[in-house]
Design a protein around this ligand. Structure first.
Ligand code: ATP
Length: 215
């Protein structure tokens, strides 16, 4: 498909349509009118028709839309558009490893900005990713509309950086620090503590051996 510029408001509704169309397809429904779709997803039918017209799905008068055709369109568009930009705070050993990791190969994820307090790093490009000083973090996150951040800073810096990330409007934090950070309920945190995981593995091996030996 040639590049289609979809208005942001339309792009935001795509996952809503997509989810419902998937549900329809799974339940064996093959066609739907814009009015029916409108009732289900709570978007007025004129908006739906306009949204769909951006990707050439015009619907047939008196027939409506073919659910499977629409789904094909949506899959294509969503996969193309679902490149998630992630920020990285703390470009130390682990941060560097993550910068070098090719997230994009398997998933549509890329680290688009790094942040570090170290003046030797800030202002440089590491593994193709620009690294910004900490006093630019909030602004860059807002400007680049970054919603997810990987946190690889020392323990003592984790909470106050988290507070700034929340101020910047972040929605999710992948926390590689061993402390549990506090966030408001609308922010999701995923904790990844490599050292503890490794220790757990060692403990299990020492006490229980390989899983093969389990009863
Ligand atoms: P790692 O823990 O990732 O192996 P490291 O041992 O190289 O890293 P750390 O001291 O853990 O270094 O720091 C990780 C990175 O976080 C470093 O690049 C450091 O400059 C950065 N850093 C330290 N304090 C802050 C802070 N307050 N704000 C932002 N970055 C910081």
């Amino acid at each position: 498909m040639a590049e289609t510029i979809i208005p942001k408001a339309t792009a935001k509704r795509l996952p809503v349509y997509y989810r419902y169309l998937n549900f329809l397809a799974n339940s064996g429904t093959t066609k739907i009118s814009s009015t029916e779709l409108s009732d289900a997803v709570k978007v007025d039918s004129a908006t739906i028709r306009r949204d769909f017209s951006y990707f050439g799905a015009l619907g047939k008068r008196g027939y409506g839309y073919d659910v499977n055709d629409l789904l094909k369109f949506f899959k294509k568009i969503l996969n193309q558009d679902r490149l998630t930009s992630v920020g990285l705070v703390g470009v130390g050993n682990l941060g560097h490893a993550l910068l070098n990791y090719n997230f994009r190969q398997a998933n549509n994820i890329r680290i688009s900005a790094g942040f570090d307090i170290n003046p030797d790093l800030a202002g440089t490009i590491q593994s193709g990713v620009p690294i910004y000083p900490m006093d630019e973090m909030i602004k860059q996150i807002k400007d680049q509309q970054i919603e997810i951040v990987i946190l690889t800073v020392p323990i003592d810096a984790a909470q106050h950086i988290t507070d700034d990330l929340v101020k910047a409007g972040i929605k999710g934090i992948m926390n590689f620090t061993p402390i549990r950070i506090s966030v408001p309920s609308y922010v999701r945190v995923q904790n990844v503590d490599l050292a503890t995981e490794l220790q757990t593995l060692i403990y299990f091996l020492e006490h229980y051996g390989p899983t093969l030996n389990e009863p």
